[in-house]
Design a protein around this ligand. Structure first.
Ligand code: C2G
Length: 129
């Protein structure tokens, strides 16, 4: 049984997020998604439109997602990988190379981002209308 793990904010959940999550799920049998808390997003310099609780519910409702955990800090990844017995850590390739150190614990893959869509783009489009 292959377990895949990924991390993200998933604010204003959009097709780029879904494309990535479905492709990560296809790499294994289970996909666990760590959703950034509002507090951790503040650390990342991100202010979300959608609350952590609602982002968790939306991601959890996706067929390709097996489980959701909170992402509270940058340092939890090794612990999560070991605790969850994750076989693969997968991210979009805007993170290419950033998590290579996790190769000590599991396979690390970076998948191409979906072009033309981002939370920032959506926020700009909504505020323009
Ligand atoms: N993504 C994508 N295509 C897009 C937009 C996002 O494939 N058009 C991917 C990103 O590469 C990331 C995931 O979707 O792997 C979640 O993106 P964000 O919600 O922006 O998350 P981010 O702020 O990158 O947080 O510890 C890692 C961080 O929590 C990642």
């Amino acid at each position: 049984m292959t377990r895949v793990l990924t991390y993200g904010t998933f604010d204003l959940l959009h097709i780029g997020h879904l494309n990535l999550l479905e492709r990560l799920r296809a790499l294994g049998d289970e996909l666990i998604v760590a959703v950034s808390t509002d507090e951790f997003n503040a650390e990342k310099g991100k202010r979300c439109v959608v609350s952590f609780e609602d982002r968790v519910r939306l991601v959890s409702a996706l067929k390709c997602v097996t489980d959701v955990i909170p992402e509270m800090n940058w340092a939890q990844k090794p612990h999560d990988i070991k605790r969850l017995n994750a076989d693969i850590l997968g991210m979009g390739n805007d993170w290419h190379g950033k998590f290579d150190s996790m190769n000590l614990y599991c396979k690390v893959v970076y998948l191409p981002r979906t072009e033309g869509i981002s939370t920032t783009f959506l926020r700009q489009e909504i505020s323009r209308r």
